[in-house]
Ligand binder design. Structure first.
Ligand SMILES: Nc1nc2c(c(=O)[nH]1)N[C@H]1C(S)=C(S)[C@@H](COP(=O)(O)O)O[C@H]1N2
Ligand SMILES: [Mo]
Length: 308
C-alpha cells in the first residue's frame, strides 16, 4: 500500500486557518446556492470546501484528536472511547473490495487500484449520528459514482449493497450476537450516484485509521452516521432493497433511508438538535443535515415520516 508523503499531510492548524479564510470570504455558512455558484471560481487550494448547505452556523472543523478517539464501530466495541485502542492492530493491508452483482464489469479493487483510478480529494462534510452528536470532518474521498460508472450497473440494478469485513479474530465486538453480522448497509442507486456520496480512504490528509473505517468506508453526509459503513469488503448492485444491520436489529427505529430530519423523531428521542463534539451546548439539526439543496429532489413525493 502506498503511503501518503508527509508533504501532503495538512496539519490541523492549516485546515483551521484555511477554513476561517473561506469563512471570511463568505463561502462557509452562506448557503448552498452561493457555494454552488462560486465553486468553479475558487482558487485551487480552497476548492475543497464542501457544500455548506443552508447552515447559519459557523462550521468549525472537529479536531483530529476528537475524530479519531470518539467512534462508533460495533465490531470492536459499543464503547465509543474504546474503539481506537481495540482496533489499533486491525490489518488493512492488503485489502480487496469485490464489486459485483448486477453489473457488466465486476471487479476486484485493491487499495492501489482505488487510489490510482479514483484519486481521492478533500471533501469537508458534516456528519450526524442518529444518537444526536455530530462532527465536521475533512474527508479524503471520491464519488462512488466513479466506481459505479466503471462497473456498469445493468438495467435491473436498483440498489447498492455494502458489506463490512467480518473477522472474529480481529473484531472482539462481533461476539455480541444481538447484532446480525456482518454489518450491511444500502443505498438506492440514484442516491449512490449523487455527487455528495463518497467512498473515503482518509481524513485530515492522512489515511484512515482503523477506528474511522480503514482502509475504505462510505460517507453519506445527508444521512445518519450509521449509513456510512466502515471497512468495506463487498459492494453489490442488487434489484431488491437491502436489509441493513440496523433495519434487522431494530426495524421500528431504523429504516432504510435514515435521512437526517429534525422533524421526524427517533421513537425514543427527539432529532431536533445535536451536540457538536468538542463544542458546548446544542445546535438545531438541519433538514438533510444541511444538504437539502443537493439531495431533496431524490425524495420528491415521498412521505419521509413513513420512509424514515
Ligand atoms: N462497519 C461499521 N460501520 C459503521 C458503524 C459500525 O458500528 N460498524 N457505526 C456507524 C455509526 S452509528 C456511525 S455514527 C459512524 C461513526 O463514524 P466515525 O466513528 O468515523 O465518527 O460509523 C458508522 N459505520
Ligand atoms: Mo451513529
Amino acid at each position: 500500500m502506498k503511503k501518503i508523503p508527509s508533504s501532503e499531510i495538512t496539519p490541523e492548524h492549516i485546515y483551521r486557518s484555511r477554513r476561517s479564510f473561506l469563512k471570511s470570504l463568505g463561502f462557509i455558512g452562506a448557503g448552498a446556492a452561493v457555494l454552488a455558484a462560486c465553486q468553479g471560481q475558487l482558487p485551487e487550494d480552497t476548492s475543497s470546501a464542501a457544500p455548506a448547505g443552508g447552515s447559519t452556523q459557523a462550521d468549525q472543523l472537529t479536531s483530529y484528536e476528537d475524530v479519531v478517539s470518539y467512534n462508533n464501530y460495533y465490531e470492536f466495541t459499543t464503547n465509543k472511547t474504546g474503539v481506537a485502542r481495540l482496533a489499533e492492530n486491525f490489518q488493512t493491508d492488503p485489502w480487496k473490495v469485490e464489486v459485483g452483482g448486477l453489473v457488466n464489469n465486476p471487479g476486484t479493487y485493491d487499495l492501489d487500484r482505488i487510489r490510482s483510478e479514483f484519486q481521492p480529494e478533500e471533501r469537508i462534510y458534516r456528519m450526524r449520528c442518529v444518537e444526536g452528536w455530530s462532527m465536521v470532518i475533512p474527508w479524503l474521498g471520491f464519488p462512488i459514482s466513479k466506481l459505479l460508472e466503471q462497473v456498469e450497473p445493468t438495467s435491473d440494478a436498483k440498489y447498492v449493497r455494502f458489506e463490512t469485513l467480518y473477522d472474529p479474530e480481529q473484531m472482539p465486538g462481533v461476539s455480541n450476537s444481538y447484532f446480525p453480522w456482518p454489518y450491511v448497509e444500502g443505498l438506492r442507486l440514484d442516491e449512490a450516484m449523487n455527487d455528495l456520496a463518497i467512498l473515503s480512504t482518509g481524513l485530515y490528509g492522512k489515511e484512515l485509521l482503523p477506528q474511522s473505517g480503514a482502509p475504505i468506508r462510505l460517507v453519506v453526509p445527508w444521512k445518519y452516521g450509521f449509513k456510512s459503513i466502515k471497512s468495506i469488503v463487498r459492494i453489490d448492485l442488487v434489484s431488491e432493497m437491502p436489509v441493513s444491520l440496523w433495519m434487522a436489529a431494530g426495524p421500528s427505529e431504523y429504516g432504510f433511508y435514515a435521512n437526517v430530519n429534525p422533524k421526524v423523531d427517533h421513537p425514543r428521542w427527539s432529532q431536533a438538535t445535536e451536540r457538536r463534539i468538542g463544542e458546548s451546548g446544542r445546535i438545531p439539526t438541519e433538514m438533510f443535515n444541511g444538504y437539502e439543496e443537493e439531495v431533496a429532489a431524490l425524495y420528491e413525493g415521498m412521505d419521509l415520516a413513513v420512509n424514515f
